[in-house]
Design a protein around this ligand. Structure first.
Ligand SMILES: [Zn+2]
Ligand SMILES: [Zn+2]
Length: 448
């Protein structure tokens, strides 16, 4: 079953599927060394796509409406890709810091192959996640990273993949106590399972799952967590288990219709802007707030805090929700939606190819591919917002693609697509060239 000695172990599709629901028992997911631990998250990409398609179908059957929008879905997937790009270049901070503490400060070693170690790590990782997640909502500077996950005004499986680039640089410290006695190979499995479990709960097509609602984090509980209704704020932080919220007093059952998203929506589909705008807001508030202690409070108290207010702000200042809120949804022609889907699929394919070939590529090629992916995702954001500069950005992007593709830096393994890509991108440059010329001519006519 295993691959070559020393490398990650192979997993079957059945195991991969069960990993998404945290049902791979210790016998199937315990490894002696960190190197043997499979990359369950990367291998889940086809399952993510399959479940998103399934959710669309079920939603259509249940409510005769689709479970998501193209603009919001592309934005969520873009943020998901962006959040994983640093891992292409470096081992994750979670693991680096964990291994450092394990190597230098461990007190004793629990056996890697004992089911007790497995179950203890399951609880430990979930407990650490609860506190990381709670503090990410209650401390402004951490919220600036975590809010990316809450920035969608839809709630579906796309939303699950909407992740922050910066969050992993704030989450690592919560896991370190486990590094004093739990082997990294066991921790690395549960870190992935805890993340993967949270995929399926981002859906409206499952109402509730009966008695399991008492102990597990479920779609119903997590819908509350994503709500901006006053009753939903700062509730249901659990990852896999909901018992932590019940124990520490942050549990709230789903009640009135949940309106999703941030209390003050960012109103953008641009991935970089969605990552950085809250940081800019904190920066401005920091300098505008008088007094050293107050400035520190801007960083370390809740996002709703202000001088003279309690640590987490005043509940009455949370905007009232009527249920008639309209999500940010700039109108774009249907052909533009098709265009964005096709080009996003190309980038998705390049991204998957990058993950598969990263060990044989030079650092320069990897960096070039990452820059091209970021440029593309930004351009899709411009397109989905129907911005005037979208055409020019697309001309630049398509020209860069053709240039570096011809030189072999973006070439993927599927050579059959080579010719199709060249035709597609050449056509797109011509198309956007005509669009930009038309826009320039019509604005000149207006001035005349
Ligand atoms: Zn959250
Ligand atoms: Zn979520």
């Amino acid at each position: 079953m295993g691959s070559a000695a020393g490398g990650p172990r192979a997993t079957t599709p059945g195991q991969q599927l069960r990993a998404l629901f945290y049902v791979l028992p210790p016998g199937e997911s315990s490894f002696r060394t960190l190197e043997e631990v499979p990359d369950y998250v990367e291998k889940s990409i086809p399952f993510f796509i399959a479940f998103i398609v399934l959710e669309f179908a079920v939603s259509w059957v249940q409510k005769h409406k689709l479970s998501g929008r193209i603009n919001d879905g592309i934005s969520s997937l873009s943020l998901g890709i962006l959040s994983r790009l640093p891992d292409v270049l470096f081992r994750s901070v979670d693991l680096i810091s964990y291994i450092y503490v394990w190597n230098n400060y461990r007190l004793f070693e629990l056996p890697w192959d004992s089911p007790w170690t497995w179950y203890l790590t399951f609880l430990g990782v979930d407990f650490a996640y609860y506190w990381f997640h709670r503090i990410s909502h209650e401390v402004n500077i951490l919220w600036a990273a975590h809010q990316v996950h809450h920035s969608s005004e839809d709630y579906n499986l796309f939303t699950a993949l909407r992740q922050s680039v910066l969050q992993k640089y704030t989450s690592w410290m919560f896991n370190l106590p486990m590094a004093l006695f739990i082997p990294p190979s066991v921790f690395a499995v549960h870190l992935q399972f805890n993340l993967l479990y949270q995929f399926w709960i981002h859906t409206e097509v499952i109402t509730n799952i009966g008695p399991l609602e008492w102990i597990l984090n479920t779609p119903s509980h997590h819908r509350v967590h994503h709500g901006r209704n006053p009753y939903c704020i700062d509730k249901n932080y659990g990852g896999t288990l909901i018992i932590w919220d019940r124990i520490f007093g942050t549990f709230e059952a789903e009640d009135a219709k949940v309106v999703y998203g941030l209390t003050h929506p960012v109103n953008s589909f641009e991935p970089i802007l969605l990552q950085l705008r809250p940081l800019a807001h904190i920066w401005n508030t920091f300098w505008a707030t008088p007094g050293f202690c107050n400035k520190l409070s801007v960083l370390f108290k809740g996002p709703g805090w202000g001088p003279g207010k309690p640590r987490l702000g005043l509940p009455e200042e949370i905007p009232v929700v009527t249920g008639k809120e309209v999500p940010f949804n700039p109108r774009v022609p249907a052909y533009l939606n098709c265009y964005a889907v096709v080009h996003f699929a190309v980038i998705m394919e390049l991204y998957i190819d990058l993950l598969a070939t990263v060990t044989v590529l030079s650092q320069g090629t990897i960096l070039l591919r990452i820059c091209f992916i970021i440029l593309s995702l930004t351009s899709f954001g411009f397109l989905m917002e129907n911005r005037p500069k979208a055409g020019i950005l697309e001309i630049i992007r398509c020209s860069v693609f053709l240039g570096v593709y011809k030189l072999g830096y973006l070439r993927n393994q599927l050579t059959l697509l080579d010719c199709a890509y060249e035709v597609l991108f050449s056509f797109c440059i011509a198309f956007w060239g005509i669009q930009v010329m038309k826009r320039i001519t019509s604005s000149k006519d207006k001035h005349v």
